[in-house]
Design a protein around this ligand. Structure first.
Ligand SMILES: [Mg+2]
Length: 253
């Protein structure tokens, strides 16, 4: 009798499998797979600008240094062209030329604004023993300030490093950091997987460079809570507009 029941269950599973092969259901199935990866992740990596914080760090720095409009124009032009990430960063920083003092003043007078729900989500992930990383094309000192507010160790921050002369004047940036390159976020994730033997790594972000980090990430979650990037919204299999949606996924299990 018991054997008969098992056989019935198998048949039912087969039927479910068949219905999953129909197109609309298959899309659902792959979303379910992504949710499972998220629920069982060893590590969750967040982009910072327009994801963990509401604004773009480099734009805020430019505004603070009085060249906001010129840098915004440069960003617009770079986005439409074939300029590499490093070339665009070099050009924009060359215009801003932030001093050590200006960066410190920006952090104290205009600290980065956390996106609603991020604190609760990071706390929940930490409670579950999940490692949380910040991977950013922005600047280490600003991202470390964000990490501090979220109880993320500074060793879990991967970002670009500004360089200063002894008198505090701008001296360029560390061009050897992977985050200074196009495709750099993926490089960081590969490094983390190798270094810590992570099996399931999730990348969350608003931009195309975040989406491109999957693979090597095992799951990408597009975030449109601050700004919606059309390409990401259209291509991401899992797209959210509030971090509460992810908190809910963790509470259901
Ligand atoms: Mg971003």
């Amino acid at each position: 009798m018991a054997q008969h029941r098992v056989q019935c269950a198998d048949i039912q599973n087969d039927l479910i499998f068949l219905s999953h092969n129909r197109k609309p259901v298959k899309r659902m199935s792959s979303l379910m797979e992504l949710k499972e990866v998220f629920q069982n992740a060893d590590a969750v990596c967040f982009d910072v600008d327009s994801t963990v914080i509401k604004e773009e760090g480099i734009d805020e720095l430019a505004k603070f240094c009085g060249v906001g409009d010129a840098v915004a124009e440069m960003t617009r032009r770079a986005m439409g062209g074939t300029v590499t990430f490093k070339a665009a960063l070099t050009a924009r920083l060359g215009l801003i030329r932030p001093s050590y003092e200006q960066v410190q003043k920006l952090i104290s007078e205009h600290p980065p604004q956390l996106t609603p729900g991020i604190r609760e989500l990071v706390n929940r992930l930490h409670q579950r023993g999940v490692q949380v990383f910040l991977i950013s094309g922005g600047f280490q000192s600003i991202v470390e300030h964000v990490a501090l507010q979220l109880n993320i160790p500074t060793a879990n921050v991967f970002a670009n490093r500004l360089k200063f002369y002894f008198n505090g004047e701008y001296a360029g940036f560390d061009e050897t950091q992977p985050t200074a390159e196009s495709g750099g976020k993926g490089q960081v994730i590969s490094y983390l997987k190798e270094q810590f033997q992570f099996k399931k790594v999730v990348m969350i972000g608003d931009g195309a460079t975040d989406m491109e980090a999957c693979p090597p990430a095992d799951c990408f979650i597009g975030f449109g809570g601050n700004v919606v990037r059309k390409q990401v919204k259209e291509k991401a299999k899992w797209y959210i507009t509030h971090f509460d949606e992810l908190l809910k996924e963790l509470e259901e299990r």
